[in-house]
Design a protein around this ligand. Sequence first.
Ligand SMILES: Nc1ncnc2c1ncn2[C@@H]1O[C@H](COP(=O)(O)OP(=O)(O)O)[C@@H](O)[C@H]1O
Ligand SMILES: [Mg+2]
Length: 285
Amino acid sequence: MSMIEVAGLRKEFGRATAVAGISFAVSEGEVFGLLGPNGAGKTTTVRMLTGLLQPTSGSATVAGCDVRRQRQRMLSSIGVVFELPALYPRLSVEENLRLSGSLRGLSRGDVLAAMERLGLTEQRRRPVRSLSKGWRQRTMIARAMLGQPKVLFLDEPTSGLDPNATAFLHDLLRSLRDEGVTIFLTTHDMVEAAELCDRVGILSRGELVALDAPAALVERLQGRSIRLTWWEAGSLREASIPLADPSTPAFLEEVLAQRRILQIETTGTLDDVYRNVTGGQEARA
Ligand SMILES: Nc1ncnc2c1ncn2[C@@H]1O[C@H](COP(=O)(O)OP(=O)(O)O)[C@@H](O)[C@H]1O
Ligand SMILES: [Mg+2]
């Protein structure tokens, strides 16, 4: 079953096209990553899918609700974590969560459970403004998870986080996925996307230029190969050798055995695909 269905979704700001009519679907329990350079249209897409921005044209359903016509019902099935903190800085972690919870008719037990899950219990009395970025983000995620959403949207959730905070978030997202929550995130980090996402879409200037499982994109668009630098007859040689080539294993064995390799590097990562399909595009404003 599709939890997110997008058909010809488009957004224009004046004469500028931010999202140029994109179509895709995300299944229940899938982790979907929307990738692309700055200004590609990722945030605009998330804002349209979460009812914060009216599409210029096209349609989208999230958790079975039309984002234009059934916005209120849709909002009760989703959680959203945006890049900019949207918390009351003087209020404590718990006060922020209880305020959001009460607006949504949730009990104190729901708030306690969300804090527990995010490891926030010990920090719950601290004002949000005294927290580091990682802990503020945990508070935002706890808030997004309060109503036990079916779909969780996260816009660049790991940008600016340290490696421990990133690892915590990845583990959390995986366990939510295992519980059947559908996760839609945006990221610049290709390693993260390749590790975490079941499928990715790559946006470039508002167009969806690639859409598949990370490994399938690498396979189809790039093909894995090994970049090798080795000594031969007194001079340095360099070549990109396709892994699929039948003669590759024997060749590698030979240069390895003779200890002639200077440098060895695999290419054909999601990063290569990304640079390929976005054409090394400069960021837009
Ligand atoms: N409210 C807005 N008004 C005018 N232009 C906007 C607005 N929001 C975004 N844009 C433009 O739309 C394009 C896509 O922006 P955005 O969706 O934020 O990209 P991303 O999140 O991929 O970095 C950019 O060129 C941006 O300047
Ligand atoms: Mg953005």
